[in-house]
Ligand binder design. Structure first.
Ligand SMILES: [Mg+2]
Length: 192
């Protein structure tokens, strides 16, 4: 039974599918057979902010494209796996390598090949225009479709949750030090 409904503030790794998640899923074929993809700049900015906030980002894609390699390099995504048949196996290896618990991993998918890794992740997102099976496997559905801000909305959610948790930690009551020297959390009352 996979861990579900992980607190977004506890996510340490975000895994992205490419086609239909980072793109709208359409492939543009040139006359010489070259394939072009369209990425969203707002998604890119969200990914950069998320990396800066301390969350790792990985790409696991079924297809193989130099455009994805280039886009990942531009955004500072270090973990890129393309031409992947078994996405879950790749995710499990990556989790081991990064020493991240499956429950601390979030995943965004749009189609059937993403479902096993969505089920394994602590928090699974489907893009708004995902296939019904991916929608059914998701804890949350993004307000935007793939390639049109879906990734950005997840990045913003994870960043806001982390910032909220950090603010909460700063606001927590000061430690109370008893005469015995025992330290316990709680408001300081009376004279010290
Ligand atoms: Mg896809």
């Amino acid at each position: 039974m996979p861990a579900r409904r992980t607190d977004p503030a506890a996510i340490e790794l975000l895994v992205l599918d490419v086609d239909g998640v980072l793109t709208d899923g359409r492939l543009y074929y040139g006359a010489r057979g070259e394939v072009l993809k369209v990425f969203d700049v707002k998604d890119g900015h969200g990914i950069r902010r998320l990396l800066k906030a301390g969350v790792e980002v990985a790409i696991i894609s079924g297809r193989d494209s130099p455009a994805v390699t280039r886009r990942a390099r531009d955004l500072g995504i270090r973990h890129v796996f393309q031409g992947v048949g078994d996405k879950l196996a790749v995710l499990q290896k990556l989790l081991q390598q990064l020493r991240v618990e499956p429950s601390a991993c979030a995943c965004i998918g749009d189609d059937v090949p993403d479902v096993p890794m969505m089920r394994a992740a602590g928090l699974a997102f489907a893009v708004a225009d995902a296939h019904p099976e991916a929608l059914a496997a998701a804890d949350k559905v993004t307000p935007h479709p793939g390639g049109r801000g879906a990734v950005r909305s997840v990045c913003d959610l994870l960043i806001a949750a982390r910032e909220g948790a950090q603010r909460g930690a700063r606001k927590s009551p000061p430690l109370r030090i008893a005469r015995s020297g025992r330290v316990s959390p709680g408001p300081v009352r009376g004279k010290r």
